[in-house]
Design a protein around this ligand. Structure first.
Ligand SMILES: [Zn+2]
Length: 134
């Protein structure tokens, strides 16, 4: 766990920065209110982060689905990034020794090289895949 000390090496509250005067030396907050505010903010940050990742995945899915609908099986990565594709956000990953690595975005899979994504296709029997995993 994290502890914060001021320049006189006295413990200070993680939330408001006030010096902690009472209580055990390993206390991290000056009061219950600061403690709950701190953990609420952590939870809020966690929710915001999950929402951000979900938004990225949704955007990726829209883009990939659009490519599939228009019959495109590959595209320049730079072009996709320009319209909001996030190469780092994936729901699955399979390393390949012989081809470029395979990535999943829900039920769409694709391979990605340094400059392109290609071999975009729908995963067949996705319900079967799920039931095997669970
Ligand atoms: Zn405080």
């Amino acid at each position: 766990m994290e502890y914060v000390k001021n320049d006189k090496n006295e413990p200070v509250c993680l939330e408001c920065g006030d010096r902690i005067i009472y209580g055990r030396s390993d206390k991290k907050f000056c009061c219950e209110e600061c403690k709950s505010r701190h953990y609420n903010n952590l939870a809020k940050g966690s929710r915001a982060y999950r929402r951000k990742v979900m938004n990225r995945l949704s955007r990726n899915y829209q883009i990939l689905e659009h490519l599939l609908k228009t019959g495109e099986k590959s595209a320049e990565l730079a072009d996709l990034i320009a319209i909001g594709f996030s190469p780092d956000s994936v729901t699955g990953f399979h390393k390949s020794r012989f081809r470029s690595d395979e990535f999943w975005c829900f039920d769409i899979k694709y391979r990605m090289s340094d400059s392109r994504i290609h071999s975009i296709s729908k995963i067949q029997n996705v319900s079967l895949t799920l039931s095997l995993d669970l």
